[in-house]
Design a protein around this ligand. Structure first.
Ligand code: MSK
Length: 651
């Protein structure tokens, strides 16, 4: 201690904002004393622990921490735990952490939904059709009943899913039948949503489950309870309450901050307060108050996945992704950043303190020292939103020098799985048939999901966009969510014009329908939409009887959070090939990694892989897609045909 160490590693300085034509916001902020993750990374003097990074550091009892090297036989824990057991326990706990985040989000949404259904809040049931569809999943009778009546029962049943101890969860029945049979046979059908997390924490306690495959079995059950349970309930109830997204034009990147308006940023994941903020930001009384404070109006923008939620439903612009949250404040142009849960950096109040900005926490589950706490509850969201916007207005006259980069990019967002139905099938022939037909005839080779966080270790968004460009160039239709979607938005890949970068088959389909080759499906909790889209493809027919047979693959090129591990694992358990970028948390145990990268495919059809190079990552996905086509017998290349009007209409 006390010895001066040399800093290690250098963080990429560019955050993908493309400040061209403006002063670099990172450099200017540095001059103002702002410390962002870039400086923190560059000042870090201790190497990241390689044992921890590869999964073989055990700190679940006081004998250790025990750090192990699998190649050395005597390198095991004091209790005798092997590197494979320790890595499996750590992996399980990451799944439990990530799944809990989505489950708690879903639980909170269910409470808010029930309050809306009972008429106890300002929110109403917006999507009645979707309400009835979900009621059917929950085996609730709808005939002759009022919307409110059905909604109350849906809310109660959704809530009960979380505490259930046996009997299974309803939404899992939405999966293809063959998949459900397989889960039944392997015993991984979740019994309730939260029970599976408790069991992981017990099994990974010192001296309990010592078999790495048996531990992964429980991780699988827990991850399924996330994807087909907690996450799916969040998405479905939010859609019913706030509206199911439809394609919407909007803008993305720091340039969406306004020079002469009160800028209010919503950041986090739960749209319960941000929905109210979207309503209130248009209130004439508040706009008048903003004008009296010297501003032209109120500019509501988003960051991270709360940003994606309001973008998908209202076309509200997104200022930045996870990695850009500090830089959004460093523009000096934000009056209030309102945060809820997940992916919120603790450094925000310190950055805000360099300016006139106030950081406001709103969830009792996520407070930050130095931030103002104004709690939102399901019954008072509008009132709280009003109070917060008024505080932001009061701060506007204190604004000093600002530096907003000019860049902003057009995007089309709002592709729910229902929208894909209509987009390709038209209003009268809504179905996945045209998509399936285009995959079968080879114009579209398959579907690639590019999801997840952005990373401090690469030029922000570079890896995402490189993977995506390689996929569309090879005629793979891409679905994006979370911060990957924001990165694609900044790079112009969410516009119909991006079809110019696609291969001829995909370009033809996109140009005919007028859609982008990269479809923004929402926040990270909305990866459940991709599960349903995959199920719809199976149900439509011609591409196998199970998700594992569909020519599709997924990746999280810049992943960082435990949620990404849970999401990746529920896709693997649902039969999908999933590639993660740069690092994987079990690589110090070859035994466990071999099982996750190969052995597990024999049970579920899906498996994990890791690849740092974005082009190679895309090629791995394309190779898997081509192998799936081969297995389906649809590999034969079709002759290129010139389309007449009749054929275009049919397409
Ligand atoms: S916000 S979990 S950094 S996607 Fe959903 Fe982005 Fe990853 Fe957070």
């Amino acid at each position: 201690m006390g010895t001066k160490r040399t800093p290690i590693g250098v963080a990429p300085r560019c955050l993908g904002i493309d400040c061209e034509g403006s002063t670099c916001v990172v450099e200017q902020a540095e001059g103002q004393g702002v410390v962002t993750y870039i400086q923190r990374m560059n000042r870090r003097t201790i190497e990241p622990c390689l044992f921890g990074q590869g999964g073989t550091c055990c700190r679940i009892c006081s004998f250790g921490p025990c750090m192990m090297i699998e190649e050395i036989p005597e390198s095991i824990g004091i209790c005798g735990a092997t590197p494979a057991t320790v890595a499996a326990r750590n992996f399980c706990r990451m799944v439990a952490g990530g799944a809990s985040a989505h489950m708690d989000h879903g639980l909170e949404t269910a409470f808010a939904f029930l309050a809306a259904a009972r008429g106890e809040s300002e929110y109403k049931i917006k999507d009645k059709k979707k309400l009835r569809a979900l009621a059917e999943v929950f085996e609730i009778k709808t005939e002759g009943r009022s919307t409110e009546d059905i909604a109350i029962e849906v809310g109660e049943k959704a809530l009960a899913e979380f505490g259930k101890q046996e009997g299974g969860i309803y939404c899992i029945r939405r999966a293809p039948e063959k998949r459900q049979e397989l889960w039944k046979k392997t015993g991984v059908l979740p019994r309730g949503i939260q029970r599976e997390v408790v069991e992981i924490m017990h099994r990974t306690h010192m001296g309990t489950d010592q078999d790495h495959e048996n531990l992964i079995f429980q991780a699988t059950r827990c991850a399924l309870a996330d994807g087909w349970g907690g996450s799916m309930i969040s998405t479905e109830l939010q859609d019913i309450m706030f509206g199911t997204p439809v394609p919407t034009r909007a803008l993305v990147n720091l340039g969406v901050l306004a020079e002469d308006e009160v800028n209010v940023v919503v950041h986090g994941h739960e749209p319960i307060l941000s929905e109210a903020m979207a309503m209130v930001a248009q209130d004439p009384e508040l706009i008048e108050a903003a004008k009296n404070a010297g501003a032209r109006g109120i500019n509501l923008v988003g960051v991270c996945c709360t940003g994606n939620e309001v973008l998908m439903r209202h076309g509200i612009p997104v200022a930045g992704s996870f990695i850009q949250q500090e830089v959004v404040l460093a523009t000096g142009a934000v009056e209030a950043m309102v945060v809820d849960i997940q992916c919120i950096m603790q450094s925000l109040p310190a950055v805000a303190a360099c300016f006139h900005t106030e950081v406001i926490t709103t969830s009792d589950r996520a407070k930050i020292p130095g931030a103002k706490h104004i709690e939102v509850d399901h019954h008072n969201a509008v009132q709280t939103a009003r109070q917060i916007i008024q505080r932001a207005i009061d701060r506007y006259p204190k604004r000093r020098e600002i530096n907003i980069p000019k860049n902003k990019m057009d995007v089309v967002a709002g592709f729910s799985h229902e929208t894909i139905n209509h987009m390709l099938g038209g209003a009268f022939r809504a179905s996945y048939r045209p998509l399936n037909d285009n995959i079968i005839n080879g114009r579209i080779r398959g579907v690639g999901a590019v999801v997840g966080c952005d990373s401090t270790r690469v030029r922000s968004g570079y890896v995402h966009t490189t993977v995506v460009k390689e996929l569309i160039k090879n005629n793979v239709l891409v679905l994006v969510t979370g911060c990957a979607a924001t990165a694609c938005g900044r790079a112009g890949l969410l516009r119909p014009e991006a079809a110019d970068l696609a291969g001829p088959g995909l370009r033809e389909v996109c140009e005919t329908v007028g859609m982008p080759p990269v479809l923004h499906m929402g926040s990270c909790v909305d990866n459940s939409r991709i599960l349903i889209a995959a199920t719809e493809i199976v149900r439509e027919g011609g591409l196998g009887d199970d998700i594992s047979e569909v020519p599709a693959a997924g990746c999280a090129p810049e992943w960082m959070s435990e949620k990404a591990i849970s999401i990746g694992h529920y896709f693997v358990a649902s039969g999908v090939y999933v590639v993660f970028g740069r690092t994987f948390p079990t690589t110090n145990s070859k035994v466990l990694t071999d099982y996750l990268f190969r052995g597990i495919a024999e049970e579920y059809g899906g498996k994990w892989a890791v690849e740092e190079d974005p082009v190679k990552m895309a090629q791995l996905m394309i190779q898997h897609i081509e192998e799936s086509r081969e297995a389906l017998g649809i590999q034969a290349k079709k002759e290129r045909v010139l389309f007449d009007m009749e054929m275009r209409r049919e397409l």
